[in-house]
Design a protein around this ligand. Structure first.
Ligand SMILES: Cc1ncc(COP(=O)(O)O)c(C=O)c1O
Length: 389
């Protein structure tokens, strides 16, 4: 009997990650633009006080929903940063990263066969999370010609009687695209004529460049009561390994997510919640000094890398968010996987094929600039040398 005989059909259907292959090939002399993870350590200003509290023994379970003080601080955070006004801590659930919030929301809302619209290219976990919850992901294309923005027309055309929700993921991984207020307003108009839920993954909200602040779909008319916003501390607070995220939305839905959460996870890790509390308290005290320092650094790297790719003949579309660029490699005549394989073999530079994020990513590569400026300069020089051959 083969091992695979025990594996469910759903799990068999999920393709292997197109990113993992490149991590397995990484060697010490590689320059990696592969991992979507901040290169900054968790700032001392909140990491140290958190560790002190842990030394004092603050390590017991929290409530299933998460520490009430943390949820209260998040209410203030979302009001200050995104003008979202949640009436009570019952509107917030603390999770094991944004990853768990995504898993929970689909398990809480989907019956077998329910459809969820997702725009692609997009983060690798969405379609598998939907499948694992018994749902059906329905992909719609976004492309460089429209700066990878999902359009209201495309959403409208994808809605069927089985559609339960639409997932919006802006600022976007892998493209770096954002939706501005005017785009969100147009999308809100289409959705408000339906009974769909919006799941909005806003994990890169703070990484919005180009002047205007991040806008959430939940701010738009008629959207607040039908949107679950998902966010977390991994990116903006440089806290990936702590594993703390959150979902905010209508009480009944948050309570349904909590039901699944309490049976499968009990609560998010207490040490991570303690660190998140210090991260927010420190941010309020210093007007987000640590976060701003990191974001200012990303902005410098972003400007540099866009300029280098453009001047190499690999144009980057207008990209205003997250810490990714998604240049077109069409001028090379190579498929995106072939480009990445050959770049790695020839110059030991890791970039991720656009197809790792869905078939619509063909013709592009994802390049994460959350790495040192020194490595970015060297990586761009190597890429230019590769293209010259
Ligand atoms: C778009 C997107 N959503 C969610 C996540 C998961 O983040 P977390 O570390 O909070 O689980 C990631 C991680 O890369 C991501 O890129």
């Amino acid at each position: 009997m083969k091992d695979k005989d025990f594996v469910s059909k759903i799990v068999q259907r999920i393709p292997p990650s197109g990113i993992r292959k490149y991590f397995d090939l990484l060697t010490d002399d590689c320059i990696s633009f592969g991992v979507g993870e901040p290169d900054f350590p968790t700032p001392d200003s909140f990491r140290i006080p958190a560790l002190e509290e842990l030394k004092q023994g603050r390590v017991a379970y929290t409530s299933n929903s998460g520490d009430p003080h943390l949820r209260q601080l998040l209410i203030r955070f979302m009001l200050e940063r995104y003008e979202l006004s949640y009436p009570s801590i019952d509107n917030i659930l603390i999770t094991v990263g944004a990853s768990q919030a995504l898993d929970l929301v689909f398990r809480a809302i989907l019956d077998p066969g329910d459809e969820v619209i997702i725009h692609e290219p997009s983060y690798v976990a969405y379609a598998p999370d939907i499948l694992l919850a018994g749902g059906v992901p329905v992909s719609i294309e976004t492309s460089a010609s429209n700066s990878f923005r999902v359009t209201p027309e495309a959403i409208k055309a994808a809605i069927t009687p089985r559609t339960k929700a639409i997932l919006l993921a802006y600022p976007n991984n892998p493209t770096g695209a954002i939706l501005k207020e005017e785009h969100l307003q147009e999308i809100a108009k289409v959705i408000s004529d339906t009974d769909l839920l919006v799941v909005s993954d806003e994990i890169y909200a703070e990484l919005t460049f180009g002047g205007d602040r991040h806008h959430s779909i939940a701010e738009m008319p008629n959207m607040f009561d039908r949107t679950v916003v998902i966010n977390g501390f991994s990116k903006a607070f440089s806290m990936t390994g702590w594993r703390v995220g959150y979902a905010a939305g209508p009480k009944n839905l948050i309570s349904a997510m909590r039901k699944v959460h309490q049976l499968t996870m009990l609560c998010a890790p207490t040490p991570a919640q303690v660190c998140a509390i210090h991260a927010l308290e420190e941010s309020f005290r210093t007007d987000y000094a640590d976060m701003k320092r990191m974001i200012d650094e990303y902005a410098v790297r972003r400007a540099y890398i866009i300029e280098r790719f453009n001047s190499m003949g690999l144009p980057c579309f207008e990209t205003d968010g997250a810490f990714y660029v998604f240049p077109s490699i069409e001028s090379t005549g190579l498929k995106s996987e072939e480009f990445c394989d050959r770049l790695l073999a020839a110059e030991k530079v890791v970039m991720i094929p656009g197809t790792a994020f869905g078939a619509f990513g063909e013709g592009h590569i994802r390049c994460c600039y959350a790495t040192s400026m020194e490595d970015i300069v060297e990586g761009m020089n190597r890429t230019q040398r590769f293209l010259g051959r």
